[in-house]
Design a protein around this ligand. Structure first.
Ligand SMILES: [Zn+2]
Ligand SMILES: [Zn+2]
Length: 291
């Protein structure tokens, strides 16, 4: 059985995430460490932190994932935005370390590119920004508490995006030279939208084969399990309930039973509220043969 969970809210204090994860029957779960659509954020240390760590341990939850804010763009050519983006990543890493969170998933960013050379430059900057964030984090007090692994999340292959293929994500991971460990978060909706049709054997085999060739499947540490509203190749980042999108139950089920992918945490970022989360989790678990 895979260790599945959902993204849960931290409204009212981070310890509330534990209750929400338990209420939904999560094994693993994901949180934001600050509001995803705002630069403004709280303190690096909150009164709730110890409750969160203790609660997680008491209930044997995890691995736990933190997600960076959506405003970040590590590929931007705007120097001020780049600095703010690196700073936001460092803040998320510091919060994660305090909360003993295992993984920090981050989007990689985008910029206008026309040539292959420009594309490579863009990826090089993303990797340098991740390295800079790691170095800045290592100089903070939180580095002596714990060291989260940074996970690069693939995008939907939209124009200017830096992470639309296994090659692109692997390239950035290999250029990174920071001290914090690095890995990949594979989002099923994004990769399907990017043109790897997960509803077919051919699409899934191409995806797995390319990851094996570029960096090894073991670089993938977390799955973002989302069905897709858009067709494969649409480049639309629109998450759908499990089994109701263009990937479908069969496609997701085949991945959920993959010998390696079934051993890592699966986080759902599907729409809706408590009842939807429970139903989507149940849908994913019911697809696992060894449940
Ligand atoms: Zn994401
Ligand atoms: Zn998405």
């Amino acid at each position: 059985m895979i260790c599945a969970g959902v993204h849960v809210s931290v409204a009212g204090g981070v310890a509330g995430a534990i209750d929400r994860a338990l209420e939904r029957g999560c094994c693993s779960f994901q949180v934001f460490t600050s509001s995803p659509r705002a630069w403004k954020r709280g303190e690096v240390e909150t009164p709730d932190d110890e409750l969160f760590v203790a609660g997680r341990e008491k209930h044997g939850l995890g691995p736990v994932v933190a997600h960076t804010i959506y405003l970040m763009n590590l590929a931007t050519i705007d120097a001020e935005l780049l600095e703010k983006s690196i700073d936001a990543l460092v803040f998320c890493l510091r919060r994660a370390a305090r909360l003993k969170i295992d993984y920090v998933v981050t989007h990689l960013g985008h910029r206008k590119v026309e040539t292959e050379e420009e594309r490579v430059l863009s990826r090089t900057q993303v990797a340098a920004s991740l390295t800079a964030a790691s170095n800045l984090f290592m100089a903070t007090p939180e580095a002596s508490i714990s060291t989260p692994t940074i996970l690069l999340e693939n995008d939907s292959g939209h124009a200017g995006g830096t992470g639309g293929t296994p090659q692109a994500v692997a390239h950035m991971a290999k250029l990174y030279t920071g001290e914090l460990p690095i890995g990949i978060c594979l989002d099923t909706c994004h990769i399907h939208a990017a043109g790897y049709d997960l509803s077919t054997d051919a699409g899934r085999e191409r995806l797995i084969g390319e990851f094996e060739d570029e960096i090894g499947l073991s670089a993938i540490k977390v799955i973002h399990c989302n069905d897709s509203k858009g067709e494969s190749g649409s480049h639309l980042d629109r998450h759908e309930h499990i089994g109701r999108g263009t990937i479908g139950s069969d496609g997701i089920g085949k991945l959920a039973n993959h010998p390696y992918l079934s051993t890592i945490p699966w986080i759902l970022e599907t729409p809706g509220e408590l009842s939807d989360d429970k139903r989507n989790l149940e849908a994913v678990r019911s697809l696992c043969k060894n449940q």
